[in-house]
Design a protein around this ligand. Structure first.
Ligand code: SF4
Length: 230
């Protein structure tokens, strides 16, 4: 079966199996960028609390950009990784203000997908996944942000070539999902990855897409016990 058909079938099963959740993402591109920076290794509800606190304390992202590292670090410590996130956030905001004359990413809306991705990836601390989250959630672009959940699911389903590394996977992952399916595939892969297709001890016996997954077929045939798979 062609890979895009397989990922479409997987998505339709996941849609039926789980309730949709927008994962807290935001419509303004700079809000979304800040939110994604804050979300690193942080649970969704905690990240939302930290984001709300920043909005409450600062009138604008320009105002936050003028904050001291110490001040920001204190606020971000609730979500963890505060040193890294403080440095990324202040560096990214400083670069945006230099490029745009103010803390806004609205100019990205008029760029092509390739220009937008390249522009965003040129900001300090911003990689392909973050850039595509901004593009997909805030600008409605048909791109696929590949986080660890998406990568793990596509790898286990056999939709990426064997041995594909996370770094190599971004474009390959995007290519195996139909453009109009990418938003929901990302969302449902995250939900499924948290609930069932976990990094360790995935609950394959209760998996709604097990029938489409070679890993489950292998483990039922006994071959999965001989070869360790991602
Ligand atoms: S069968 Fe297991 S490895 Fe395959 S998608 Fe389901 S939980 Fe993940």
């Amino acid at each position: 079966m062609p890979l895009r058909e397989r990922t479409r079938d997987v998505l339709s099963v996941l849609r039926a199996a789980y309730e949709y959740d927008n994962l807290g993402n935001l419509s303004d591109p700079l809000d979304e960028l800040v939110y994604i920076v804050l979300s690193g290794k942080t649970q969704g509800t905690t990240c939302q609390r930290v984001f709300a606190r920043l909005k409450e304390l600062y009138g604008s992202w320009d105002e936050l950009a003028a904050a001291s590292e110490d001040e920001l670090r204190m606020i971000l410590q609730l979500g963890g990784l505060q040193d890294k996130k403080t440095r990324w956030l202040l560096a990214a905001l400083a670069e945006i203000i230099t490029r745009e004359g103010g803390a806004s990413l609205r100019s990205v809306a008029s760029m092509s997908d390739a220009e937008a991705e390249s522009y965003l990836c040129g900001l300090p601390g911003v990689g392909v996944k973050t850039a595509r989250c901004v593009m997909m959630y805030s600008l409605g672009r048909f791109v696929l942000p590949m986080d660890a959940n998406v990568f793990r699911l596509l790898t286990r389903l056999g939709c990426l070539p064997p041995g594909t590394s996370y770094r190599q996977g971004h474009q390959l992952a995007q290519d195996v999902v139909e453009p109009t399916d990418r938003h929901d595939f990302h969302v449902y892969a995250v939900i499924h990855g948290r609930a069932t297709c976990r990094p360790q001890q995935p609950d394959c016996g209760a998996c709604p897409v097990g029938v489409l997954c070679p890993r489950l077929t292998l483990s039922r045939s006994g071959a999965g016990r001989r070869a360790r798979r991602p």
